[in-house]
Design a protein around this ligand. Sequence first.
Ligand code: PLP
Length: 403
Amino acid sequence: MTIDPYSWLARSRDTIHRAGWYRAVQTIEGRGGAVVILEGQRVINFASNDYLGLAGDSRLIEAAVSATREYGAGSTGSRLLSGHREIHRELERAIARLKQTEDAIVFSSGYLANIGTISALVGSRDLILGDDYNHSSLKNGAVLSGATAIAYNHCNLADLRHKLQQNRPNYRRCLIATDSVFSMDGDLCPLPELLEIAEEFESMLLVDEAHATGVLGKNGAGCAEHFNCTGRPLIQMGTLSKALGSLGGYVAGSASLIDFLRNRSPSWIYTTGLSPADTGAALAALQILRSEPERRARLWNNVQFLKQQLSDLSIELFPSESPILCLGLSNPTEALKAAQTLKKAGIFAPAIRPPTVPTSRLRLCVMATHEIDHLEQLVEVLTQQYRREKSNSRATEGKPGEA
Ligand SMILES: *Cc1c(COP(=O)(O)O)cnc(C)c1O
């Protein structure tokens, strides 16, 4: 008798189904945008990270095509071998200029930037303090580094301070790591206070600006700019794949930090350089960020409008200071049901469930390219749903009395 060593896979998948945690892809036709065709149905898109609507912008597409023509489809090797082109350096300089840092380094994705940076900066004699709600790439970077990783309660400075007091003396280096905009909640890390604590405990501070780059700050430089922390001793990581509409990740900071990463970061050294197309598109996006600040203004107008409308209807959102707005739901099944109801009504807003987050929710991402009419349609659909839920809960409350 042989036992199939893969039989556990089907059992595991059944468990995932039973928990309501099963996930599957949904096909969007053509380019992303404020309105998309999802599985054949026209829906208003509140699921995209393309905050400024740049992913489908003809200028980014042209830049990708022209970089491809000039440099080829692939970059053919690691940046330290055959994979480096002048366009990579141009992009890194443009990022450093946006961030007002001495230098920047571009990775093939934000995920690779986080795991490669963290594992280069700390090791087995070191300590990492990370926000409990941090992105998967920060958490896995901590695991990969071999450092002792301790989570502090979400945005809780007292808890962070307490854990530093207890642990910091036992370790060589210390890295505090946090999302700047929390990707599944939409709130911001308390950056100025974190900087103070980092200084007090002789710790490095890494902020993940994935959802803040292009979105927050006067020039779209992110949370650091928003909080007037430009020029402070920070490791600023971010992605080219959200508001910048392309693909790739970056780290911006001091020249010595960036040079160190070029020599020590395994996910930069041992992977192929960013493709010319992605590099060209990201460069074009950074130029648009500078020349069209009205895009960011439109994004924030849309956020304000939607928040006001929902608050007028007493629809409660998670606290948010970003274009990410969340509606709490009691469990994964409810969240899935709500997402399905919305989808039937032409609104694409995904249910976010454990294990991604501790509690289920609908997550709405506002874009600069949403028309007021799109936002009004969303509000209309949510209103209907809330009315229905209220009358349902009244009906169930009524039952014991009837019996
Ligand atoms: C999306 C995201 C990343 C990963 O970036 P990619 O470029 O998509 O790999 C990292 N951190 C946070 C907070 C993110 O939201």
